[in-house]
Design a protein around this ligand. Structure first.
Ligand code: RNT
Ligand code: ZN
Length: 416
């Protein structure tokens, strides 16, 4: 009997069907962010990320052109098992002859046609999208949709509306929904004189964005809250309460980024709260170290808890899993692969739990056995199930890094 067969029997003793877990895992899409490859710079000339987010490190090999970024994504994705989507920012537009002439408020679907071609070529499940309301001269005083000046607000409103059109185009081309996630950097460094008015302006701006017709079956709009950013420590216009109420009253959805809350707040506990009210919940899976630092996702307890909430609540088609981190201090392709594989590993871990039994124990107030069983499950050989998952998909196991090292020697080292 091979290791998988042995492990399968061990899990079966706890009533866990490993075959079913493997099947389910293969069907859960993960939306992988394009911005890990170039340190959130984009193609439209914006330069380094701003607006309270920061990429640190100067590891060689940053993708400097669309061709380089696509080649890197292709390699990274080829090392990730399971269904994949690509998550794009508007700043990754291919402007061609429009460069310098067409600004973000007038981007059109055609500026993203190469991405569609690419996504189809590498067999992706879909494309997700984000308006880029940062790293741009029209961000004035650190504000976008909540700026007191109407012309600033209107520019960003037009940008977001343009993004809805582009999203519809992605959905049509890919024959899969497109999540449009709105995150803005708006906030203040120091104690505000007025906390309400900027929020009222943001509310109006969002209403205006959503007033354009778009196909709600194809385009899912989400708003992403945040607690603070670098340089915007005292006040964030789009905080959690603001967006949760906004989303609930407008029939859109919330995106939870697990780097965007106070350090002892956990997204795993928020997911089921939202599932009680919303049909869809979007995630940015990241790893904040002391702040929203966007470190590469590693296999830690909170990631497992997040995945448990998705799996045991039968919410794999309700929770849209996306990644959001950017580390420039290590090989960027490796960063992508490690993070994505860890999300899949955590999902597998969740799929291998005897959830029905554990829930029954909780309801019967049988907390002793519940703890014993939960702890026993932690040391079952789920690594053998993971290896089988990779093997069946034709993916390299632990030696995947060889390919990245090779690519680094052949391709990345020449990028200055
Ligand atoms: C910023 C948000 C936002 C960005 C990306 C690039 O704090 O997390 O999602 O990281 O859109
Ligand atoms: Zn995010």
């Amino acid at each position: 009997m091979n290791r998988y067969e042995q492990a399968k029997e061990m899990f079966a003793k706890y009533g866990v069907d490993t075959e079913k877990a493997l099947d389910t895992l293969a069907g859960i899409p993960v939306s992988v962010h394009c911005w890990q490859g170039d340190d959130v710079v984009g193609f439209d000339g914006a330069g380094a990320a701003s607006g309270g987010i920061q990429t640190t490190g100067n590891y060689p090999g940053r993708a400097r052109t669309p061709e380089e970024l696509m080649a890197d994504i292709e390699l990274a994705f080829s090392l990730m098992a399971g269904k994949k989507r690509v998550n794009l920012h508007a700043s990754y537009a291919f402007l061609g002859k429009d460069k310098g002439k067409v600004d973000r408020d007038a981007y059109r679907p055609e500026h993203f046609a190469p991405w569609v071609e690419f996504a189809k070529k590498i067999g992706l499940d879909g494309i997700d999208f984000n308006p880029t309301c940062f790293s741009h001269p029209m961000v004035k005083d650190g504000l976008t949709l909540s700026h007191p000046d109407e012309s600033v607000r209107k520019f960003w409103i037009r940008h977001c509306q343009a993004c809805l059109k582009i999203a519809e185009y992605f959905a049509d081309e890919m024959n899969s929904h497109c999540l449009v996630n709105i995150w803005i950097p708006d906030g203040l460094k120091d104690v505000p004189a007025d906390r309400l008015t900027p929020r009222l302006r943001l509310k109006d701006s969002l209403d205006e964005i959503l007033s354009v017709p778009y196909d709600k079956k194809k385009v899912i709009v989400a708003v992403e809250s945040k607690v603070f950013g670098i340089g915007v420590e005292s006040y964030t216009v789009g905080n959690n309460e603001f967006y949760q109420n906004y989303a609930a009253t407008r029939g859109i959805c919330c995106l939870l980024d697990n780097g965007h809350y106070h350090p002892t707040e956990v997204v795993s506990d928020k997911i089921p709260s939202l599932l009680a009210f919303y049909d869809k919940v979007a995630l940015h899976v990241t790893r904040g170290v002391r702040w929203d630092s966007d470190h590469v996702v590693i296999l830690e307890d909170e990631l497992k808890e997040i995945c448990k909430e998705i799996v045991r609540n039968n919410a794999t088609d309700k929770v849209m899993i996306g990644l959001d981190y950017f580390d420039a201090s290590i090989n960027r392709i490796s960063a992508w692969v490690v993070g994505e594989r860890n999300v899949q590993k955590a999902l597998l871990f969740a799929l291998l739990q005897p959830s029905t039994e554990l829930k029954a124990m909780q309801d019967a107030a049988n907390f002793t056995e519940q703890m014993v069983l939960q702890e026993e499950m932690k040391t079952l050989p789920y690594g053998d199930i993971w290896d089988e998952y990779l093997r069946r998909g034709g993916f390299a196991g632990a030696d995947w890094f060889e390919k990245v090292r090779d690519y680094e020697k052949k391709v990345l080292k020449d990028r200055k």
